[in-house]
Design a protein around this ligand. Structure first.
Ligand code: ATP
Ligand code: MG
Length: 347
């Protein structure tokens, strides 16, 4: 994916933004321009202030490694704002980066993706933080709708489209027809929960304490939902702190062990897909037999997951192109075609 330089664009085009403010990653799309920013949703500030020292990749590097005077944290948890001030600081920082620090801007309109299970209070927090970060007007759209549009599903047709969006904090499953959500279920389980499960597993089995970032690399390297012959015999060296002696220690972890650690989280994802299928009206279910299910979000990249969901549901399952960008691409399309998609947007 090619990122366009924001500076040039702004001299010609409006600066309206489509934002996927995710638990793990924030992605920003500018109207008539494309994706201009893709950074981890992490911010580092001076202790006791909202003064941003770093955000995005640079701040993610600092997670768990900061001295006492610096706080590096992820202000979003489970798909929603956990720390309002820090989310706002992070968003402001990213928006300023996209705007190349121009001071005299017309305030942009923004469309922001929110989880379908969001409460009114949580939605208000997202909108307020975007307004505080400089928006003129903020619309929201539920993420599975955006993901389906971004995955290229024909959401405007009178037929069943099923999307599963597995992010860092949430998994959302939706059936969409005629630009409307027919059924939708969201659980606060996603990639983060997989990482935590690996941390717990290693702690229980080896008395070894590892960080979330290490767990995430283990998951991406050798994690798999299905132990196919390819995936079954891999292993990885894991460094952490021995809980008994307190000193650094290295162990070897196999793909089978990682699979075992992930089983419960994966089962809750499969369960929510089943619930969605059971609640899909029969005329739309029959469409799913031919079209299958489409997966989006970073979690859909877990090896073997599409295969497992296909086995458990008996339906074809495909991972969308650029799964990490489906939501932002979908919101971007809505921004470009506001009239066509106006019913799917919320004020
Ligand atoms: N190759 C991979 N295998 C397994 N998991 C992956 C892979 N690549 C990314 N992930 C996971 O995907 C998650 C991030 O996905 P994504 O950016 O879609 O989430 P998000 O939109 O920020 O979160 P949410 O939608 O829940 O707010 C992380 O948990 C990350 O570890
Ligand atoms: Mg997401």
């Amino acid at each position: 994916m090619k990122f366009l330089p924001a500076k040039k664009l702004f001299s010609f085009f409006s600066n309206d933004l489509a934002i996927d403010l995710g638990t793990a990653n924030t992605v920003v799309y500018v109207r008539k321009g494309g994706i201009v920013l893709n950074e981890p949703s992490v911010v580092a500030v001076k202790l006791g202030t909202n003064q941003v020292l770093a955000a995005g990749r640079a701040a993610k590097e600092m997670l768990g490694k900061t001295p006492e005077s610096i706080v590096a944290c992820r202000p979003m948890r489970d798909g929603v704002i956990a720390n309002f001030e820090l989310t706002e600081s992070m968003l402001r920082y990213f928006i300023r980066l996209v705007h190349n620090d121009r001071k005299t801007l017309i305030k942009p309109r923004m469309i922001i993706g929110v989880p379908s299970g969001i409460t009114e209070v949580e939605k208000r927090a997202v909108k307020d933080s975007a307004m505080q970060a400089g928006a003129q007007k903020v619309y929201t759209v539920i993420e599975p709708m955006a993901a389906a549009i971004g995955a290229g599903l024909p959401v405007q047709e009178p037929s069943g489209n099923m999307i599963i969006d597995i992010g860092g904090g949430t998994t959302e499953v939706a059936v969409i027809s005629l630009k409307s959500v027919v059924f939708c279920r969201s659980i606060r389980v996603g990639g983060d929960e997989m990482d935590m499960a690996i941390v717990q597993y290693v702690k229980r089995k080896y008395n070894l304490l590892i960080g979330e970032r290490t767990a995430e690399s283990i998951k991406i390297e050798i994690g798999s939902a299905l132990l196919t012959p390819d995936a079954a015999h891999q292993s990885i060296e894991v460094k952490g702190r021995d809980l008994v002696s307190g000193v650094p220690k290295t162990i070897k972890l196999s793909s089978q062990e990682v699979n075992e650690a992930l089983i419960e989280t994966i089962a809750s994802i499969v369960d929510v897909v089943r619930v969605a299928l059971e609640n899909t009206p029969p005329e739309l279910s029959s469409d799913l037999v031919d079209r299958g299910i489409t997966m989006a979000g970073g979690g859909s990249l877990l090896k073997g997951l599409a295969g497992l969901i296909s086995r458990e549901t008996g339906l074809p399952v495909q991972v969308a192109e650029d799964p990490l960008f489906c939501v932002v691409k979908g919101i971007g399309r809505m921004l470009e075609n506001l009239d066509f998609f106006k019913d799917a947007l919320m004020e």
